[in-house]
Write a new protein. Structure first.
Length: 139
């Protein structure tokens, strides 16, 4: 089975972001592997040892979100993509939207649309763009 899985890149904030997403999305952070946790820790540059090499967040329903910190000086931000989450209820969608928006920026407030009873867009405090759908409607 082929699955498309988003892999988010951060500039030293991966651990904080993934713990926030664990709480906001109701997932389980199964892996948070720092440079010091790997067999090659002694070969890593000192500035990368505490950065996250790989994180895995399992979402309710089986979805997965991966992430890691970029090497120092290489982070360019997240561009041209949004992470989309769909919920079976408008209430849960609104709750997740509000939580993700804390400290971030709402780019489109939650409102009805032709593909979902509720839809909204935001960029969270870590710079990740999100689209939240509540009760998707087949089009």
């Amino acid at each position: 089975m082929t699955q498309a899985i988003a892999y988010l890149s951060f500039d030293g904030h991966c651990a904080d972001a993934m713990r926030f997403y664990e709480q906001a999305l109701g997932g389980t952070l199964e892996r948070l592997l720092r440079g010091t946790d790997t067999p090659m820790a002694d070969q890593m540059p000192p500035e990368f040892r505490d950065r996250v090499m790989h994180a895995r967040l399992v979402l309710p329903g089986g979805g997965v979100l991966y992430a890691g910190d970029c090497p120092m000086g290489t982070y360019e931000g997240i561009k041209g993509v949004s992470i989309t989450v769909d919920y079976d209820t408008e209430e849960r969608a609104q709750q997740v939207f509000d939580t993700l928006a804390e400290g971030g920026r709402v780019t489109m407030a939650m409102a009805p649309t032709f593909w979902a009873r509720r839809f909204g867009m935001l960029v969270d405090r870590f710079g990740v763009p999100w689209i939240v759908n509540g009760v998707p409607i087949p089009v």
